[in-house]
Ligand binder design. Sequence first.
Ligand SMILES: [Zn+2]
Length: 287
Amino acid sequence: MSWKNHQIMTKANPNQKAQIDDMTWPQVRDAAQQGRIIMIPMAAIEQHGYHLPVDMDNRACFHMCAQAARRRPDLLLNTPLLPYGFNEHNMEFPGTVSIRMQVFIDYLFDVAHSYTRMGFRRIMLVNGHGSNQMLANLVARRVVNETPALAMAIPYWTLSSKPFNESLRESVSPGGTAHACEYETSIYLALDPEAVDMSKAVKELAPRWSKWAWTDLTAGSSDVHFVDNYSRYNESGVEGDPTAASAEKGRKILAWSIENLIDLAKDFSEVEMRPRRSQQYDPEANQ
Ligand SMILES: [Zn+2]
């Protein structure tokens, strides 16, 4: 299934296109003039255990962005997915591609910067892969530093964490959701169940290294940022409990994510952009 096929899942608004790659350049100029928010989905090709394809993060991230823009093309404009991410911790597993961190920062910045040069002034960097997040945060900062635009970086799982934990979660917390887990596997089961081999899904919880250091995708990770390579402590490539996953859970996660992405975009569209004002002492003034 190509990325664009996700679009057929909801009705098109005949007046406005949801994907920038479907537009002509005059249409792009009109979209910038309308003040639409640019969404840049980014994720990874990465191992996801014995049971999920390596495009897990790409599929989920692009789907949410494409559907949100499809629903609100007056507010949002989606752009092509950046399919490779920063992934050094999983390089001992086949099927994983890693972009060096500085290259990823520069590449993502150049993409965002290009949209600001078209006249877009609000950029959402929507991330589908954990290790990209710290770099995407820096890129959002850099966009604000070096261009006239505003930017934010969003880990997509934050859009549904709360309702997921409160009403769907069955795996142990923390540790049951992290990677190829109950949460991610549910999403893939909702998007394309035939691509998931649940007979090969194994439970391998995310480690709790210390009472100070743990990771969990939806319950929140510790502020102590401890990183290691998966292959030192992990057998299957799973961190969490995919055996608790279901397509029904995935459909709810996707619905919350799309709805809340639109909700966040509405707030973002209302953030006032005032000019910067220097309070610095100016030795050349009043001479
Ligand atoms: Zn993933």
